[in-house]
Design a protein around this ligand. Structure first.
Ligand code: FBP
Length: 553
């Protein structure tokens, strides 16, 4: 880390994150209460058969106790997995402080570069000096992150050796749905081996799709959505000042449209596509383009050749014909990985793909511009995900809207001027300094993970809930990872994975959006949320997301 830090960083280093009352007295005082045995999100029998040891454990809640004394000396390993999310450093500082409260000689080992660090036994000792330099900062640079998928027997053996060599009592995996699925596989594997090494997950992802009844939100969503909303608000103001551009803004978030929806609720753009709605209504790409054109034409008739449209990153995967195409591509690329890598020209690749695709998918593939075809063929990550952040959906929509408007112009139905600009907001928000909410939430999640370890639990996710209340009233506890699982097709195989939470079309955030979107389309009811504030009135600095307020407030 650079020895030069900004003034904000200096002052922010002194911020003391808040803890739920159950944890505020230290981990050694925590009293655990167990609920009833749990099931799975779906496909219960199959999930159970894959996780015979971890399946069915109860939800655990913590209450403050009065016990005194020192706990056991523990060595704990931590790994950051997957994409960056604001607040990761605070999870680690919460872990550190929680452990030191258990016993001053506890050690926290930070495995470098994601799960691979566990395999390679590549770690740094997270001492007080290291931790203090990263408190309340954004980023994952304290130990780095990675997307290695741990699932093979060999990898687990290597992790076991790492655990033995370092006398690890537990491993904490800070990650999204896929990484936490892996955490569960690892917990199960250790149990099957009769090993005492515990594995605890922490819900991370700006995408906001790792949540369920118990996990109210993943960390990082709050900060990232607020960074994007600030930028979108600024663009809305520019659009309304210059009155000459249509801005098409793609927003990160992989599959689910939570970020786009949250940003729409915070800024009131003229248009926001919601992937889940597109899928439910089985909308074709053409219908989506028609919908966008309707708004552009209506505004043009009112003399307004400008506007702001939000496009969720994952949209393409939700358009039925594209979904089928991507599903087929995933299978083809998984089954022919080595052969595909030998094809050196795009023509060869297209020819091979077209030969393997079904007729409707081949038709859908051929209808796309070459650049999008190439982006759809990019290598999948180790979990089988299409790299949607690399697919320029915003440009695809702009191109198709342009063509349609030209046709409308030719037939005399449109006489406006269309000057589109494309943007992609993703990486801008993933490493921002965490909001007060994320700083407190992340610190609590880390501290709480230590309480789960101290209780001897494994295969659990750290859970802090009641998040629209003040932090002292937050509930702390743990949720069995198997409880969130179902069976999905990945890399051409049916496997148990934590179910991604998509935008619910009968949920309050979406209903709120639907109630207003027509007025937002025609008017300029833009909201300008401005930059994240760390100091000042609580209603400015401590508000959770609109999504959380509408869902849980
Ligand atoms: P996680 O699911 O690992 O949290 O990743 C989130 C994310 O930021 C997605 O929104 C995005 O599609 C993806 O990572 C980008 O991946 P990469 O960092 O590999 O470019």
């Amino acid at each position: 880390m650079s020895d030069q830090i900004s003034t904000l960083q200096k002052v922010r280093a002194g911020y003391s994150p808040k803890l739920p009352a159950a944890l505020a007295g230290g981990v050694n005082k925590v009293v655990a209460q167990q609920g009833a045995p749990t099931g799975a999100a779906a496909d219960e029998a199959l999930v159970k058969s894959q996780f015979p040891h971890c399946f069915g454990q109860p939800v655990v809640t913590f209450a403050p106790g009065t016990a005194d004394g020192v706990g056991q000396r523990l060595n704990v390993g931590v790994v950051l997995s997957g994409g960056q999310a604001p607040g990761g450093h605070n999870v680690i500082s919460g872990l550190f402080d929680g452990l030191k409260g258990v016993h001053p000689d506890c050690r926290l080992l930070g495995f470098k570069g994601g799960p691979q660090g566990l395999v390679d036994d590549d770690y740094i000792d997270l001492t007080a000096d290291v931790i203090d330099a990263y408190r309340n900062t954004g980023g994952f640079d304290i130990i780095g992150s990675g997307r290695t998928k741990l699932s093979s027997e060999k990898q687990f053996e290597q992790v076991k050796e790492t655990a033995l060599r370092n006398d690890l009592a537990a491993i904490v995996v800070i990650g999204g749905d896929d990484s936490n699925t892996n955490a569960c596989l690892m917990a199960e594997w250790f149990q099957k081996q009769g090993s005492k090494v515990q594995v605890i997950g922490v819900p991370k992802t700006i995408d906001g799709d790792l949540r369920n009844e118990q996990i109210e939100t993943s960390f990082g969503f709050d900060t990232a959505a607020k960074v994007y909303s600030e930028l979108i608000g600024n663009i809305c103001r520019d659009a309304n000042s210059a009155k000459k551009y249509w801005h098409f803004i793609k927003l990160m978030g992989r599959s689910a449209s939570h970020i786009a929806l949250e940003a729409a609720l915070q800024t009131h753009p003229n248009l926001c596509l919601i992937s889940e709605e597109v899928e439910t209504q089985q909308m074709t790409l053409k219908q989506i383009v028609d919908q966008v054109c309707d708004v552009v034409v209506r505004r043009a008739r009112a003399g307004k050749n400008f506007g702001v449209a939000l496009i969720p990153e994952g949209l393409i995967e939700f358009i039925p014909e594209m979904k089928a195409l991507i599903g087929e591509l995933n299978e083809i690329l998984a089954k022919n990985k080595d052969y595909f890598a030998t094809l050196s020209t795009n023509d060869d690749r297209f020819e091979f793909i077209n030969r393997e695709l079904s007729q409707p998918s081949s038709h859908a593939f051929s209808s796309l511009p070459t650049a999008i075809q190439e982006q759809l063929m990019l290598e999948r990550d180790s979990h089988g995900n299409v790299p949607v952040s690399m697919i320029k959906t915003e440009e695809l929509i702009i191109d198709l809207v342009k063509s349609r408007l030209n046709r409308l112009k030719a037939s005399g139905e449109y006489s406006g001027k269309f000057s589109p600009l494309s943007h992609f907001f993703g990486y801008e928000g993933r490493c921002a300094a965490p909001t007060n909410f994320d700083a407190d939430y992340c610190y609590s999640l880390g501290y709480n993970a230590v309480a789960l370890i101290a209780q001897g639990l494994t295969g659990y996710m750290s859970c802090v809930s009641g998040l629209t209340k003040p932090a002292a009233e937050w509930q702390a506890g743990g949720v069995p990872l198997t409880m969130m699982m179902n069976i999905e097709r990945r890399h051409g195989e049916d496997v148990p994975v934590i179910r991604k939470a998509l935008v619910e079309l009968n949920g309050k955030p979406y209903s709120e959006f639907v109630a207003h979107r027509h007025a937002w389309a025609d008017g300029e009811q833009y909201l300008y949320p401005g930059p994240i504030q760390y100091f000042g009135p609580s209603e400015v600095c401590d508000q959770p997301t609109m999504t959380l307020i509408l869902e849980r407030g």
